[in-house]
Design a binder for this molecule. Structure first.
Ligand code: PEP
Length: 249
């Protein structure tokens, strides 16, 4: 199996005001600087309001910036929306797309997500595409692997650039609940995700996300099929986030 550089991503969702958010960015940057040279990648995805100020704080450090969503168009009469190129302008290198909170609360379909993936890659961003089964889907008897592979195929544009794609396996029932699949089950879904891409899958990083914390991250990171983490609530604390990051090293 090819050795892929691991990646840890912080998804701050709608948390972090100007002062508290920038303090958190600087605290994490300080830890990353102290740990140089890093043998894994670190990406912070703050709320869009913090991106510009955060980009100054991470400049010249091992920490990279990402966005949490974008519009499908490059520009236009779309009140309140932000295009992928606008995030590129602010120094973002990554973008989370297809998160279950957007699929759920904003009714985002696989088709819309595929359009966003295409737009984001055209703007030069690496996409962190989230997929994962709901508890109801599991209860209906389908396997997590089948559900996730189907969702993944439907969320990819035809011309997807796998070199600029990361997939995050995030079981919806594990997000913010303290529940998780076993490390074995995570590894088997991650492997199936990679196999979806055939040979090109060898370079696609497949992360795990869902209630990751400093106590459970080690057992999951011990699996070769896990190329890192997408972390929600535990990423809002610099010490806790860095303790998880160190498991990627
Ligand atoms: C997420 O929302 O992407 C996530 C993984 O959240 P948490 O770590 O809080 O479960």
């Amino acid at each position: 199996m090819a050795k892929r550089r691991r990646l840890i991503v912080a998804n701050w969702k709608m948390y972090g005001r100007l002062t508290s958010g920038l303090v958190l960015v600087r605290d994490i940057v300080e830890k990353a600087e102290a740990a140089r040279p890093l043998n894994f990648d670190v990406v912070l995805c703050p709320p869009a309001t913090l991106t510009w100020a955060a980009s100054e704080s991470v400049m010249g450090t091992p920490v990279m910036l990402g966005a949490q969503d974008c519009h499908t168009a490059t520009h236009g009469a779309y009140t309140g929306d932000i295009s992928a190129a606008m995030f590129t302008d602010l120094g973002c290198r990554y973008i989370i797309l297809g998160h279950s909170e957007r699929r759920g609360a904003h009714g985002e379909s696989n088709e819309l997500i595929a359009q966003k993936v295409e737009a984001a890659q055209l703007a030069g961003l690496t996409v962190i595409l989230c997929v994962g089964e709901t508890a109801a889907e599991l209860e209906s008897g389908a396997s997590a692997t089948d559900i996730v592979q189907k969702q993944l195929r439907a969320s990819l544009p035809k011309n997807v650039k796998t070199a600029h794609l990361v997939v995050a396996y995030e079981p919806v029932w594990a997000i913010g609940t303290g529940q998780q699949p076993s490390p074995e089950d995570i590894a088997s879904v991650n492997k199936a995700i990679r196999q979806t891409f055939g040979e090109a899958g060898e370079t696609v990083r497949v992360l795990y996300g869902g209630s990751v914390n400093p106590s459970n991250a080690g057992a999951i990171a011990a699996r070769d099929e896990v190329d890192g983490f997408l972390v929600g609530s535990a990423s809002l604390n610099a010490d806790g986030f860095w303790a998880i990051a160190e498991k990627c090293g």
